[in-house]
Design a protein around this ligand. Structure first.
Ligand code: HEC
Length: 124
């Protein structure tokens, strides 16, 4: 292979890598995550609710969510496995603190949505 050709091949590869091989559109808080949190989490995670009163975590806005509990962040952008929020809804934490607290676990599709959103950078 001559030099110009391999350069073209490399640029094509780089483009594929940049656009993401999966081809999935990227997930956002506003479009994908907020409706889920509003339905399943916010009732307890606002001032006056047990989740907020015990942990300091509000889940009614992106900024509040990214701030986390009074001990620190629960979402680590780019790494669902390092994110407490994901670990709690996916059942990797102690069952006594599984979220949503004392209720049925989230459907697998919702858990995966949260994981994918965090792994894609937890975008607004
Ligand atoms: C029925 C009320 C309730 C609901 C619904 C609920 N939570 Fe919680 N949440 C709590 C309570 C109570 C705590 C404090 C747990 C503790 O320290 O014992 C908590 C704590 C947390 C924490 C912090 C854990 C830590 O590291 O201290 C996260 C993250 C969390 N909830 C996420 C969620 C998510 C995501 C949802 C929705 C899928 C949700 N919660 C729904 C009550 C709730």
């Amino acid at each position: 292979m001559n030099a110009p050709l391999s350069t073209v091949a490399l640029s094509a590869l780089a483009l594929v890598a940049l656009s993401g091989c999966s081809g999935e559109p990227s997930l956002t808080y506003q479009g994908n995550i907020k409706p889920l949190l509003d339905a399943k989490c916010v009732s307890c995670h606002v001032p006056g609710g047990p989740g907020y009163e015990k942990s300091g975590l509000r889940l009614d806005s992106y900024d509040a969510m990214m701030k986390g509990t009074r001990f620190g962040p629960v979402v680590v952008a780019g790494s669902s496995v390092s994110s407490t929020l994901y670990r709690l809804v996916s059942g990797q934490a102690d069952p006594s603190i599984r979220m949503p607290h004392g209720q049925a676990a989230l459907p697998e599709a919702d858990v995966k949505l949260i994981a994918d959103w965090i792994d894609q950078g937890a975008k607004y």
